[in-house]
Design a protein around this ligand. Sequence first.
Ligand code: KIV
Length: 263
Amino acid sequence: MRKKLTISSIQKAKGQRPLVMITAYDALFAKLFEESADMILVGDSLNMSFAGKSDTLSATLQQMIYHTNAVCAGAPNSFVVCDMPFGTYITKEKALQNAIEVFQSTAADCVKIEGGREKADVIRYLTENGIAVCGHIGLLPQSVRSEGGYKVKGRSKEEKEALIEDAKAVAAAGAFCMVIEGTKADVAEAVAKAVTIPVIGIGAGNGVDGQVLVFSDMLGLFEEFTPKFVKKYMDGATLVKEAVALYAKEVGSREFPTEEYTY
Ligand code: KIV
């Protein structure tokens, strides 16, 4: 059985080996990922892939707590990151109250917060009060409506400088690691070099300190759209559909259940 990572072992991985993060939303999949992943992220992406919504904004704290509990139950030896959903950390006081609720109701090891310099105060307040924080900079899915879509970051010199400042502010505020999403690879690499904490990329190239993917994307289960950065490690949707179609056919023809499956 794999030893659970700690904040210190996650930080020590920087410069030594790339960290592996994957999302999970339930015990079933979390258990399957435990052996290979360093960290499991209960992302608010569950609002899209599991709740069928068009973005992450309507995910609630109670939903995140419910799914985080399931993941912690399925993968008790995994370092679990719980995403703070939209609107739950707009002030440092609100953030602390909500993060305490996450910590008291689940076994999550840290919370994740989207935002750079503008969220430094919130991150500092949480870390000063015993809540470990994973930052999230670059493309911020919770800003999709205000930004008018998902826009790749780091395309200009100004954006590069802003991202480096964001990363430094998030690290200085006490985050122990951060995610960088949807960012030009050379810029993400420069960001990772600018801070001493691990920077885990999603759609941010190979020059960072680790990778995270949404599991339903990388298993080919989510069919609505596939971002350029998603590698499908299996064609899950086809496999599932074929299996269920075969089951339906065998039920229809009474091929199933045979003696073998009968008491
Ligand atoms: O919600 C999520 O799954 C995330 C990843 C995209 C990093 O935040």
